[in-house]
Design a protein around this ligand. Structure first.
Ligand code: DLZ
Length: 218
């Protein structure tokens, strides 16, 4: 019997077309197998919504605590890259940020199944600002207060970034009390409770919906 507290996102009222969107995913590496499943679920759902492989940029950081900083840097880097049309306006100090989103770089998580399609596409990857960022992590409670502090910092950090930058940030952070809770929410649960539901799929769907709404509201 699967955990009745696990819920998924119902389909949006409108089917959104993600084919013009450029989405960044930044994920923590702690709790590796859970992160890999969540990442796969997210990317599969983005593609299902029409987002092109070459317009999905994937980056990693050590742990969830690093997610707000990396998310902010990626948003800024995307904006700078977009301004590249007028190269003289780009200060040399921004080149480090730009290297952050060089799509030709393969991340550890991409290396197995998600190699960037840069070399094989005719039009090449988009260089417009990111339409949404998905920040993925998995925090599992231990015996100290560490979990509570990081959950709080990351949650508030990510919310602050999206409100300040105007770029939607999807909260892809599992905050689980046990390993089994996290496994079930990554769709790879074990034991009699079943595999559960992969929340990465919800995050991919939410990213396309928010990106579309944000464009329409602008
Ligand atoms: C240190 C730590 C611990 C104990 N647990 C987790 C966790 O469950 N999930 C996670 O994403 N990161 C964890 N970290 C690492 C911190 O997020 C962070 O990377 C370090 O404190 C360095 O800033």
């Amino acid at each position: 019997m699967s955990d009745p507290t696990i819920k998924g996102l119902p389909p949006p009222p409108t089917k959104y077309d993600g084919s013009d969107f450029r989405i960044a995913i930044v994920h923590a590496r702690w709790n590796d197998s859970i992160i890999k499943a969540l990442l796969e679920g997210t990317i599969n759902k983005l593609k299902e919504q029409g987002v092109k492989q070459e317009n999905i940029v994937v980056k990693s950081v050590p742990g969830s605590y690093e997610l707000p900083f990396a998310t902010k840097q990626l948003i800024e880097a995307g904006k700078i890259q977009s301004a590249n049309a007028a190269p003289s306006m780009i200060a040399s100090s921004t080149t480090n940020l730009l290297s952050l989103i060089d799509n030709t770089t393969t991340t550890s998580s991409q290396s197995q199944s998600e190699k960037p399609a840069t070399a094989t596409t005719t039009n090449g990857p988009s260089t417009k600002p990111f339409d949404a960022i998905i920040s993925i992590g998995c925090l599992i409670k231990g015996s100290t207060m560490h979990f509570e502090y990081i959950c709080d910092a990351v949650t508030h950090g990510l919310m602050k970034i999206q409100l300040e930058t105007g770029t939607p940030v999807i909260f892809g952070v599992l905050t689980a009390l046990t390993d089994d809770q996290a496994l079930e929410r990554a769709g790879i649960g074990r034991g009699e409770k079943g595999k559960g539901h992969n929340h990465g799929e919800d995050w991919g769907l939410a990213a396309v919906e928010l990106a579309a709404q944000n464009r329409d509201w602008a």
